[in-house]
Design a protein around this ligand. Sequence first.
Ligand code: FAD
Length: 307
Amino acid sequence: MLGPVLLAAARSESIRRIVSAAPVTRPVVDRFVAGERLDQSLHSVRSLTDRGLDVTLDHLGEDITDRSEALRNRDAYLDLCTALASDGVGPRVEMSVKLSAFGQALPGGHDLAYRNVLPVVESAAAAGTTVTLDMEDHTTVESTLAILAELRKRFPQTGAVVQSYLFRTEDDCRALTGEGSRVRLVKGAYKEPAEVAYQDKREVDRAYVRCLKILMAGQGYPMIGSHDPRMVAIGQELARRHGRKQDEYEFQMLYGIREAEQARLKAEGHRMRVYVPYGTDWYGYFMRRLAERPANLAFFLRALAGR
Ligand code: FAD
């Protein structure tokens, strides 16, 4: 029941200030965020890739309020592209971007976000890697998929994210099954109204399986973004049933979550990609992780209580 409260708090400026200033917050944040600076995040990336894991890097930033912030976020990603190009890591280390960090919610935001993300996608391609567009709340889905379609005309490897809790997503999956289409399927992390999204977790899970079946049967490249052992097992079974080789789909999990399971999947020969967030604007991401799982919240509350 606390989940919706935490998701509402994730968008509250006053609660952001209180949580961010609490001295105990930092060590808990470190469990989910790979540092505030680029060099710290690249250190984490190297430790993951040394263990055979692939990575998608997210420079944290969302819900910005002016155009200069959008430009700063764009520039942070361009710096990241430069670093990845000099490391020569290729597609094993890609990037995830939230279009709200590029101005999508500002006036004229659709065009602004496209203009800001385009140079990042171009630089990623020049660095031998690619970008996946994270999906945010349901009001952004149309705009994000339209920007994706535009980007894919020149950069077909640009990745999409779809959320099984939205009623519309099965149709979106069908539209995204073309050859080479990279699609990360997740359950969805935002507080959504009953008009657009399943509210019951079991419904969300059932929808996840239906979407996964569509993606696995298609010509694209499914990316199974879940820590749920049942979804992982079903993903493995569907891949086998559709005769997919282990480089024709991948699993994805978040940094700091179920690390033993990440290692196990890798050891079994699966491609396993870890989503690594970094940067100073960690608040919204952090609160969504607390909302997802009582154990994450309990960990934070124990730290607050000094135990
Ligand atoms: P849940 O439904 O939260 O949990 C199901 C079961 O999984 C639990 O009962 C437990 O057995 C197991 N489990 C879950 N978490 C843990 C844990 N910490 N430790 C041990 N067991 C655990 N959401 C978006 O809305 N947009 C995005 O762009 C987006 N990108 C994502 C990228 C990646 C790589 C991942 C993994 C998630 C992303 N998400 C995104 C978040 C996603 O929507 C879910 O909120 C989040 O993954 C929780 O759902 P779940 O499928 O992992 O499992």
